[in-house]
Ligand binder design. Structure first.
Ligand code: ZN
Length: 548
């Protein structure tokens, strides 16, 4: 899977129990969480709240929890008392909140967590005039961009920098002067501590232009408030990491600091270079580092793009270089991950070449929709074919990795049914057959999410191992137009440094063996060693992905 880089924009039983018993009280009873989100009756952003709720739901799946999600507009009085923690995602400006919820949120002793908008409907409501005195803080106002950006002043400033555990986590911002579009989420709710014996600013956010500082996370008793919605424009250097970590405290789960690391060799198919796999396997063995091998068992180039126009298919039985590489890697600490069946679709460019490793297999990326014939059974069929192709040659995979980190909702459900573990970043949708057309009346949303730790159960019931640093990329656009940017080992190192703010966060990355190909003339092996050493120097411990 080549790094598609889209994450920066929209667009995280067995194992955890072990972790917990090691240092903290075993959490046996599932924590019951309710996630309430805004859903207007109509309009272009009707389903956006649900998309954010899914992302929160996924993070809560890191713990022993049960999670219910529903639109707040349908809230029934008394419901909060059925839960341990209640989250309200205020994503729609001033959408009326049912009085029943305002009353329950104010009167309950359960933990209430409120994100971004609409706190004024409670805090400024005469019926709850005691809000300030009860919680020890007040809601003052909303702040957005300091001024409208222009081509001469593209970033006039906003509250953009969250400081957490001494790390500066910057919110994403981009301004398109040609269209006037602001690709960012600058709005924040401004609160003020009135009584420090009742309320604390747990995390500050500052405005780099004005140097103003306000609370990003404030807590008054059982009431938590986040100034923004930490699921928009997420990235590995962003305030998304705050919610990933602070949920430990919100859910009341004591977790010892534990920093583990994972590495995966990527897109290993019939065309793999036996020599580069030997070099990497030897190196990882020499450092006693177990590793994953994202394996594509069935290679096909139906249009002959790399074979002089002659269609080519290589079954695993014929793929000598692949089998020899795998055998050697397995002897040296490698573990197989099934990375698609063919990692491409039919004989259609989706979007590049229709060749294994280049294209999507379970999503129509050209039209941004599900593929013809998409169903759970169809996806299961391809996954089973992949498992069989491995088995026919004596191999088994401990986990599944979606090609290009994107599949249809049906395919995710198939993966959850077929594999006890997946290793991925994932895309979540607000419908099983999503209509992502921006002009559609009841348009759906697709949101990408990465995780800094193991997710026991996500929205599609998948168990997910983290991959949160990304991968090394070199700009080789002269050879491959799709590889047109650099993402260096230093970039991954910076991401690993940030990931340390998550008390049980991983440093997990993947690497393409083809970067060692001499004809590419890139310092692939050198840079691989550099990031491995950098992760170790940061104190992360390498673990075997198949034991997680
Ligand atoms: Zn791939």
């Amino acid at each position: 899977m080549r790094n598609t880089g889209w994450f920066t924009r929209i667009a995280c039983a067995l194992v955890l129990a072990i972790g917990l018993t090691a240092g903290a009280q075993a959490q046996t009873t599932p924590i019951r969480a309710l996630v309430l989100y805004d859903q207007a009756a109509s309009g272009p952003y009707t389903k956006l709240g649900m998309a954010y709720a899914i992302m929160l739901r996924n993070l809560i799946g890191h713990w022993n929890t049960t999670v219910d999600m529903e639109p707040i507009q349908g809230y029934a009085a008394g419901k909060v008392e059925q839960y341990n923690v209640i989250f309200y995602i205020g994503s729609h400006y001033d959408l009326p909140i049912p009085p029943a919820f305002l009353a329950d949120a104010y009167n309950t002793t359960k933990t209430v967590v409120w994100f971004k908008y609409n706190l004024w409907q409670l805090a400024w409501n005469p019926s709850y005039a005691g809000f300030n005195a009860k919680y020890g803080f007040m809601f003052s106002s909303l702040r957005g961009m300091d001024a409208a950006p222009t081509s001469t002043n593209p970033n006039p400033g906003f509250f953009d920098t969250v400081t957490y555990k001494t790390r500066l986590l910057s919110k994403y911002y981009a301004y398109d002067a040609a269209t006037g579009a602001i690709n960012a989420d600058p709005d924040v709710g401004v609160t003020q501590i009135l009584d420090p014996t009742k309320a604390q600013q747990l995390v500050p956010i500052s405005n780099a232009r004005t140097n103003e500082v306000i609370p990003y996370v404030v807590r008054g008793g059982n009431f938590w408030y986040f100034a923004d919605l930490p699921f928009s424009y997420i990235g590995p250097r962003d305030r998304y990491l705050v919610i990933c970590d602070i949920l430990h405290d919100i859910l009341g789960v004591v977790t010892p600091t534990q920093q583990r690391a994972l590495v995966r060799l990527e897109d290993v198919s019939a065309l793999v270079n036996r020599n580069t796999m030997t070099i990497l396997s030897n190196y990882l063995r020499s450092k006693s580092i177990p590793f994953g091998i994202a394996t594509i068992p069935f290679y096909t180039d139906p249009l002959g793009v790399y074979n002089g126009g002659v269609p080519q298919t290589i079954r695993m039985r014929q793929a000598t270089a692949l089998r020899n590489s795998l055998n050697y890697a397995l002897q040296n600490g490698g573990k197989i991950v099934l990375h698609g069946y063919t990692h491409q679709y039919s004989n259609i460019r989706n979007p590049h070449t229709a060749v294994s490793g280049d294209d999507y297999e379970f999503w129509d990326i050209v039209n941004n929709r599900v593929l013809p014939g998409d169903s759970v059974a169809w996806a299961l069929g391809r996954m089973n074919s992949g498992i069989n192709e491995l088995a026919l040659n004596g191999y088994t995979a401990f986990a599944w990795e979606p090609p290009h980190y994107q599949m249809s909702p049906n395919a995710y459900q198939a993966a959850a049914q077929r594999f006890p573990t997946t290793w991925q970043r994932a895309v979540y949708y607000t419908a099983t057959v999503p209509n992502l057309s921006p002009t559609a009346a009841n348009r759906d949303f697709a949101v990408g999410q990465f995780f800094p730790y193991v997710i026991r159960k996500d929205y599609y019931n998948q168990r997910i191992l983290p991959e949160n640093l990304g991968n090394i990329e070199y700009d080789i656009r002269d050879i491959d137009p799709t590889s047109n940017f650099n993402y260096t080992w230093q970039d991954l190192k910076l991401n690993a440094e940030n990931a340390k703010v998550v008390r049980d966060g991983f440093a997990s990355f993947f690497f393409h063996p083809f970067w060692l190909e001499p004809e590419l003339n890139k310092p692939g092996f050198q840079d691989f060693q550099s990031i491995i050493n950098a992760i170790e120097a940061l104190g992360y411990q390498w673990v075997d992905p198949s034991t997680l």
